[in-house]
Design a protein around this ligand. Structure first.
Ligand code: AMP
Ligand code: ZN
Length: 484
């Protein structure tokens, strides 16, 4: 049972209105949220545009946990089936990646999955509870296609098994666009499909001209699954009662999620499905969205070299609403970086972290709720929450140190900007310091605050053995790497 009656309102793409998350939860105490997010296609590095999507998921999941939901956070890893064109056109992206790099598909998917995990870690994005690969769940996908066939939703043509979209009455309900308009101008490469919007569930090897290294047997012939079936099959497998919230970027609304929804309706009728669809808008560089295929991408790990702290990107995304297109440029990022470093310096040197949920007096509890939590709980207005944090950091004299510290500690449960860790622009970028060393630096700060100078000296010596010199300045501890 949850210990709060606070709830989160989110904009549901399907019903086109804001709905309370409490209406889509499961469990005896209605406290379980089955959360499914479309994850990366691992044929290339994930870029900052993708990271906007994962940061949005991270903030959303953290908010749900702060208001005491138990979140079962599932993310798929697409390592087969996603073609270079989101319609049924082009080549499998994983095969393209393997050819480009002269490696096997498995090598490519493993390498980019690891890179993805490192990149989300740099941005303090927590790992999902379950990360499931499409290629580990082929049997589940085949079983779903068999059910769809039995129920009359499929047909077979020379290139594969297809889903008959004319069987779904409100097929385009997610995009809200008429089918003719949705398909207008779209190139249809599979000419023997019954309807242009029909999509592939199982793609045969037979007749293909390009190299294809992945193949599984099926009742209809050897081949690979279509892209959309993986999310329906894994969603059902890992979210048994149903999916409370399904997220993804806005590019998924018209094709990927529309088709996922059609598969769910065909296979399970109304008995199982997605209760709420939530989509983030794109991050744009000028008129274009940042995309892997354009080649013009920046990864979180590239930011260090630009002299930008990676968490400044986290702050930049907090400044815009997830449903609005986010403007991105290096100039904007540099402005965010300045703000971030100033904010972190102020908080880390003047306040201290309180890990447990300490109580505030009533007035300050109200301030925290009204100025921070309420905007966040109203469809994730992170920008408003962030302005409160900045305003608070500029007016620390209006609060006691403990009150301000508790408020910022609570904000950090969601924002995760590492605001309590000392930063010094002239010295090391904190993201390049190993976590063990950071912990020692933090514990030395605590030792000094407690007047335990002996312990502080012991820690200083240990840091020096690890290759880090620490000096005390008026603005806190200064860290430098010892070069020999
Ligand atoms: P992909 O790896 O291309 O399948 O994309 C992974 C996730 O990132 C999906 O939810 C996409 O919708 C999302 N995405 C891709 N490009 C952008 C972008 N420029 N801005 C925001 N989200 C994006
Ligand atoms: Zn998906």
């Amino acid at each position: 049972m949850r210990n709060t009656n606070l709830d989160l309102l989110l904009y549901d793409t399907l019903t086109r209105r804001k709905r309370s998350v409490g209406t889509v939860s499961f469990g005896g105490g209605s406290d379980i949220i089955n959360y499914y997010s479309c994850g990366p296609t691992v044929y290339h590095y994930a870029h900052l545009g993708n990271m906007r999507a994962y940061l949005f998921n991270d903030i959303l999941v953290r908010v749900l946990r702060v208001i005491d939901y138990k979140v079962n956070y599932v993310m798929n890893i697409t390592d087969v089936g996603h073609l270079t064109d989101d319609g049924d056109d082009g080549e499998d992206k994983l095969e393209v990646g393997a050819n480009r790099e002269n490696r096997t598909v498995l090598e490519v998917s493993e390498m980019y999955t690891e890179a993805f995990k490192e990149d989300i870690d740099i941005l303090n994005i927590a790992s999902p509870d379950i990360m499931c690969k499409a290629t580990d769940n082929i049997a589940e996908q085949l079983s779903m296609i068999k059910t769809l066939e039995k129920k009359g939703y499929t047909y077979v043509i020379s290139s594969g098994v297809y889903f008959d979209t004319s069987k779904i009455e409100d097929y385009t309900a997610l995009s809200g666009v008429k089918l003719e308009e949705q398909m207008d101008g779209k190139r249809v490469s599979v000419l023997d499909k019954k309807t242009a919007s029909d999509f592939c569930l199982w793609r045969f090897n037979e007749g293909i001209t390009s190299n294809r290294s992945m193949s599984w047997s099926s009742p209809w012939g050897n081949g690979v699954p279509g892209w959309h079936i993986e999310c329906s099959a894994m969603g059902h497998k890992y979210c048994k009662e149903g999916i409370s919230i399904h997220t993804g970027g806005e590019d998924h609304i018209a094709v990927h999620h529309t088709n996922e929804r059609a598969q769910n309706i065909g296979c399970y009728g109304g008995d199982w499905g997605v209760k709420m669809w939530v989509h983030n808008a794109h991050m744009m560089m000028g008129e274009k969205k940042m995309s892997k295929s354009s080649g013009d991408i920046i990864r979180p790990s590239d930011l260090d070299e630009l002299g930008i702290h990676p968490l400044s990107f986290r702050l930049l995304t907090l400044q815009s609403h997830y449903r609005k297109q986010m403007k991105f440029s290096i100039e904007l990022l540099k402005v965010a970086d300045k703000l971030y470093k100033k904010l972190r310096h102020k908080i880390s040197t003047e306040l201290e972290f309180y890990p447990s949920k300490l109580k505030l007096d009533l007035d300050h509890e109200d301030i925290y709720k009204e100025r921070f939590l309420e905007p966040i709980l109203s469809d994730l207005n992170t920008a408003k929450g962030l302005s409160f944090l900045i305003e608070l950091s500029k007016n620390l004299d209006r609060y006691s140190k403990k009150t301000a510290s508790i408020i910022v500690s609570r904000i950090e449960e969601i924002f995760q900007l590492d605001l309590f860790k000392i930063i010094d622009d002239n010295d090391l970028n904190l993201s390049s310091i190993p976590i063990d060393v950071l912990k020692l630096i933090d514990s030395r700060k605590v030792a000094k605050e407690n007047g335990d100078y002996k312990e502080a000296d012991v820690i200083r010596n240990r840091l020096s053995l690890l290759g880090y010199k620490i000096t005390d300045t008026s603005s806190g501890q200064k860290v430098q790497k010892i070069t020999i």
